[in-house]
Design a protein around this ligand. Structure first.
Ligand code: PMT
Length: 211
């Protein structure tokens, strides 16, 4: 399969030195890429600002903002069979980005934000017979909210993780996830290295493609 994976955070600048972002390190998305490559698939990895080395054999496209990530996904998706959206895309961006560093004395304490597009939903018209897989980072029991996101975003599978669990979620070497499918079936995976989570996700994608 030709697999498109997004990984890491996006960074939404306020001025040349400040930005809004989140705690994603890209480890989960890069682990997925390594697992897919090890299984013999072709991988295009769209990465937000992270400090990880490129998995050998992956074609890497670096982006910074959510709008850049959207454009990269639009460009790369037509050549792919599967899109796995593991990136933690910032839901909001500052309404304006100052070309110069904002002066502290001139700041009002109010930051005006505008919503970023939802990348998965925006590219849904391009889906065709491609598989779309999302991740859901939740604080607390993730199932209900992940199922809602899976329906809302037209996904074939969603990987739900409660990011408050020890060893799971952002910036950890391990993760504990549940694979959820539109027919209501689920697979609870134990706490394990992100690379093994990646292997389980890629195997599940393979079964969806060729049942
Ligand atoms: O990078 P690590 O430090 O290893 O951390 C891994 C992780 C916690 C980031 C990862 O396991 C994870 O859960 N990624 C998804 C995080 C997230 O943004 O979830 P969400 O519930 O906000 O979004 C749901 C889905 O919609 C995701 O597939 C997301 O990529 C996608 N999305 C979200 C917002 C947006 N504007 N566009 C999107 O496409």
């Amino acid at each position: 399969m030709k697999i498109l994976i997004t990984a890491g955070p996006t960074r939404e600048p306020l001025d040349p030195v400040r930005f809004i972002s989140n705690r994603s390190t890209g480890k989960m998305g890069f682990a997925l890429a390594s697992a897919a490559l090890a299984a013999g698939h072709e991988v295009t990895l769209i990465a937000g600002p992270v400090t990880l080395p490129t998995p050998e054999g992956a074609r890497r496209v670096d982006v910074v903002t959510a709008l850049e990530m959207l454009e990269a996904v639009r460009r790369e998706l037509p050549a792919c069979d599967v899109y796995i959206s593991c990136a933690a895309v910032a839901d909001w961006r500052p309404e304006t980005c100052s070309p110069e560093k904002l002066k502290k004395a001139r700041m009002t304490g109010v930051l005006r934000l505008v919503p970023n597009p939802d990348i998965l939903r925006t590219v849904l018209p391009l889906k065709g017979d491609r598989l779309f897989v999302g991740f859901a980072a939740e604080t607390g029991e993730p199932t209900a909210e992940a199922q809602r996101k899976m329906r809302d975003k037209g996904l074939d599978m969603i990987v739900a993780n409660d990011v408050t669990q020890p060893g799971a979620g952002f910036a950890t070497e391990t993760n504990r996830v549940t694979l959820l499918f539109p027919d209501g079936t689920r697979r609870d995976l134990p706490l394990m290295p992100k690379r093994e989570v990646g292997t389980a996700v890629i195997e599940a994608v393979g079964r969806l493609r060729r049942p």
